[in-house]
Design a protein around this ligand. Structure first.
Ligand code: FE2
Ligand code: FE2
Length: 361
């Protein structure tokens, strides 16, 4: 079958590609991460039970998993409408997982080209393979659902900026710390809230790999940033701020309680249920005015607070100057590492080790 150019999207990258002829490994921790990645490869075709039936018209997550079920508008829907809404909203979210995984596949490949150290290249190659398996697995699951939504414009913008960055550190920050921090939180929450055994198992396997991807950011980025000239570090820190700020603007602030631009894919979800776009937006504004906040349910992870911001702070990607920018943008510089560290530990072991999250969540 010929390539379908209508669905393709071409970008140009200013990235430098680096050979490395010194095969000495100096970063033992990175070598260990590479070794773990090799040992813990799984195969969606072999390791998941695809005979499990998935009914696309039925919700596969609990409707209490996000604040939307508390909206008065949502409560006025019939039970059939609520089921359709939850089924399509979940398909919308899973579609973002699928498209995001393709983005990660490409950023990991770009890291393989660009990182200047041999062990960095080995590690990035394993991440590239991890992401290929993730794309395959989510695509197979979405085919069972038979509902796919387009990538959200803000997610596309963040991944495009990352793919088109001029330094591999920006790719590692944009993907391994920010987008994968966001994904790690979403995957964790999906695993907890889904009633579908296939999706739970799939997400568990993906989650184990993703925590290694976030750990790579910690091991490699922090060391490289600390050795950089201050001006270059500021350039990287500026990129980190811009990526975070793009996401915060799109999702209604770091805590999700502010105004946001409607996502065109999500508006299609509303169309499926017959909810008027204006009614929905008014309902959100009224709920916000009445003090309803997008609280993260107990035991679930808040990606901004628990993963993305602490990862950036730990790596040294937030400078005194950008702290000022974050403050102006109303984005707290959270730096509590307990959740991210517990998830990274879980990613290095077997699947029986569900991360123990601190009580604060
Ligand atoms: Fe992935
Ligand atoms: Fe990943």
């Amino acid at each position: 079958m010929p390539t379908n150019w209508e669905t393709a999207d071409i970008l140009k990258s200013p990235m430098e590609i680096c050979w490395q002829f010194d095969y000495e490994i100096s970063r033992e921790k990175l070598r260990n991460l590479y070794s773990k990645s090799k040992r813990l490869q799984w195969d969606a075709e072999q390791d998941l039970d695809w005979s499990i039936e998935v009914d696309p018209s039925r919700p596969i997550v609990s409707e209490t998993r996000n604040g939307i079920n508390q909206l008065p508008l949502f409560q006025s829907l019939s039970s059939a409408q609520r089921e359709t809404f939850v089924a399509h909203a979940t398909a919308h979210q899973l579609s973002q997982f699928l498209h995001g995984e393709q983005g990660a596949l490409m950023t990991a490949a770009a890291l393989t080209h660009a990182v200047p150290d041999y062990e960095g290249k080995l590690y990035a190659a394993t991440q590239t393979m991890d992401e290929a398996r993730h794309v395959e697995a989510y695509d197979a699951y979405i085919q069972k659902l038979a509902i796919i939504y387009p990538i959200s414009p803000w997610l596309k913008a963040v991944i495009d900026d990352t793919l088109q960055a001029d330094h591999w550190l920006k790719i590692a920050i944009g993907m391994n710390m920010v987008v994968e921090g966001l994904a790690l939180g979403s995957f964790h929450n999906m695993r907890q809230s889904t009633s579908c055994d296939l999706l739970r198992k799939l997400t568990e396997l993906v989650l184990r790999d993703e925590s290694r991807h976030v750990a790579f950011g910690h091991l490699y980025v922090a060391e490289t940033l600390s050795d950089m000239h201050a001006d270059d570090r500021e350039d990287i820190a500026q990129f980190a701020f811009e990526v975070i700020s793009t996401i915060a603007t799109a999702i209604g602030g770091a805590d999700g309680s502010g105004p946001r631009k409607p996502d065109p894919g999500f508006l299609q979800v509303l169309d499926q249920v017959g909810i008027d776009h204006g009614d929905f937006i008014r309902s959100i504004i009224e709920a916000g005015a009445a003090g309803m906040k997008a609280e993260v349910p107990v035991g679930q992870v808040h990606s901004f607070k628990d993963l993305m911001m602490p990862a950036l702070v730990r790596a040294g990607a937030v400078t005194e100057r950008t702290r000022g920018l974050f403050a102006e943008a109303g984005i707290p510089v959270w730096d509590d590492l307990r959740v991210i560290e517990s998830m990274e530990d879980a990613g290095s072991g077997d699947l029986s080790s569900e991360p123990e999250l601190p009580a604060a969540n």
